[in-house]
Design a binder for this molecule. Sequence first.
Ligand SMILES: NC(=O)c1ccc[n+]([C@@H]2O[C@H](COP(=O)([O-])OP(=O)(O)OC[C@H]3O[C@@H](n4cnc5c(N)ncnc54)[C@H](O)[C@@H]3O)[C@@H](O)[C@H]2O)c1
Length: 331
Amino acid sequence: MNKILVTGGAGFIGSAFVRLQLREHPELHIVTYDKLTYSGNLDNLRDADPARHTFVRGDINDPDTLGPALEGCDAVVNFAAESHVDRSLNGAADFIATNVAGVNTVLDQARRAGVGRVLLVSTDEVYGSIEEGAFRETDAPHPRNPYAASKAAGELFGTAYGETYGLHVVTTRGSNTYGPYQYPEKVLPLFVTNALDGLPLPLYGDGMNVRDWLHVDDHCRGIDTALRHGAPGEVYNIPGGNERRNIELTRRILELTGRDETLIRPVADRVGHDRRYAIDGAKLRALGWAPRMDWDEGIALTVQWYKDNEGWWRKIKSGEFREYYRRQYGL
Ligand SMILES: NC(=O)c1ccc[n+]([C@@H]2O[C@H](COP(=O)([O-])OP(=O)(O)OC[C@H]3O[C@@H](n4cnc5c(N)ncnc54)[C@H](O)[C@@H]3O)[C@@H](O)[C@H]2O)c1
């Protein structure tokens, strides 16, 4: 591969993927294609070498911009999405526009431009909640919130383009991802940055919901493995192997920021809050992938990054974010 287009590459995971590709594949040129919604941020790509990286501002729903950007690309990796469950509970129209219709446009334009591979970045949330054990790729999706439903619908378009047009489409379902440059509406950077400022940590419900935490670089390596070695039409889970209750995560963040539990502020639970997500990663491991980041090291490095990069998150938290936060938590 010589040239890859990365949609949503100015977001959290997409920008980590761009950095990883530039670092590990010196022959590659990357085109980042991003609408720059509230969570897209060119500061996330500040280190990308301009000789090997091009940025195109555009909506994945706009074929007139996307089509030309795809010319000459060997692959497209779609990260572009409305990505926050809580926002989808207040209205899902944007989620359907980007995560369903937008994915259809990516597939259609990739087909027309003769792009050899499409990778759709999806989520473990499409499976829904599981009490015990872990979902495998053969289990039927059972999305339980509008965000997850929109991602599952987007995946089905990928399957359809594979069947109908023979397009090489691979889908990944990653678990809850953490690391640097994550927009601070998501629980981990929200709690870290609030704790650094001595502000309350709004913890949903009883704090007993379980999430499996995956470091962003491990997530991106998993996507890279599926892109290069995955079979067309297949789905690959990318688990973190670090299941933690939200209350445990909260306590760890308090320890690492030198705060105590008086900062914990229980708030009404998210409606339909899935209790536990868990996925089995054997299929991707068989292609040679394994997570490298240990949880204790990963969380410590991540908290340190937010300590060292105050300028990055303060700029975000002083903008649109404030109105969202007040509406969401009443704090
Ligand atoms: N964050 C997680 O824990 C997680 C876990 C599994 C899967 N995923 C998936 O990974 C992908 C990236 O998630 P993230 O956490 O980096 O999200 P993010 O919100 O940080 O980034 C999304 C990016 O997509 C861009 N975008 C949104 N709509 C667009 C459109 N119509 N056209 C072009 N660009 C658009 C935004 O500007 C932003 O840069 C998403 O597809 C998400 O569903 C996320």
